[in-house]
Ligand binder design. Sequence first.
Ligand code: SF4
Ligand code: SF4
Length: 370
Amino acid sequence: MKKLGFGFMRLPILKEGDFTSIDMAQVCEMTDIFMSNGFCYFDTAYPYHGEKSEEAIREALVKRYPRDSFLLADKMPTIRVTGPQDYPVLFETQLQRCGVDYFDYYLFHNIWKKSYADTEKFGGFDFIAQKMKEGRIKHFGFSFHDEPELLDKVLTAHPEVEFVQLQLNYLDWKSPSVRSEECYNVARRHGKEIIVMEPNKGGSLIALPKEAEKLIKDYAPDSSPASWAMRFCASLEGVKLVLSGMSNISQLKDNISFMSDPVPLNAEEKKIIEGVRDIIEKNSAIGCTKCRYCTEDCPMDIPIPEYFSAFNTYRLTHNMGNAGMYYRRYANGRALASQCLKCGKCEAHCPQHLEIRRLLGECAELFESK
Ligand code: SF4
Ligand code: SF4
């Protein structure tokens, strides 16, 4: 199998701010280009795009291609499970939304301390074993953003897990909060295959600070920053594939151009990305990947990732004109950053372990005090 997976989590949309308004014409075209280039792995999840991603897969892929021509991955939304009775209901809903009668790859979505404890308590692993027996799940794993110690514990308790989906990218590789390299090593020690998510950290490794982009362009003028991020992941031993949440045709074509046969980074290139990492860290933008897990429970419905994106624009460009305009646009009709209740519900869900309350305070100070 080719090492690029199409994540249906950042699809093109028709109306700014409305993530359910998926541009299906473009998504169908992207699916066709992807498939015609010999790629076949698609990834979706219950909450993506305001719960419309699974239906988008059905329309763009399932209805238009023979079932045995593609591989489909979906995830049990652990955040929605309140007891054992929820597993069959959610699973059947997902099959229905996707228009399939089995999943090739099925994962527990975001195993972390609490969701792992719940999954054990509610018999989640037994449910999966049953569905595998019935042939409705072909391969089983989980996505993970927590600490390597917990990963070790889960994999030790459940040797039946076939693969893990990890957040790996060259920015998080040595990060003391994400600890990508350590998680990778744990998974490999257990002999698991790895599916990579967030290879470009939600776009942060695509839109680089100018100084960092120059390092890459000076060495290879025709290569994109995205290609370096993807090749970094694809060249790690045990990586089965790298997911990319592509948002338009040009990103897709760029990915296809180097992921058909990804060339590992050479020693000189590895040194260059260390320089890139140093520059990004110096600019210390907020490491938000726009996954939107935080917004699910927010009682104020604050558009957290959008505010962080406006904040990052300012930090990277030092241009208040554009950043302020983005902030005002996102805030139109929504609660402001300063209206955060500081309840902390969002932080419990953030895979990047961001101090969302404090950062929203910084956004409020930057954008609302002028
Ligand atoms: S702390 Fe603020 S942003 Fe987070 S869930 Fe509560 S109100 Fe929403
Ligand atoms: S703040 Fe955290 S949970 Fe929210 S979108 Fe960003 S990375 Fe995801």
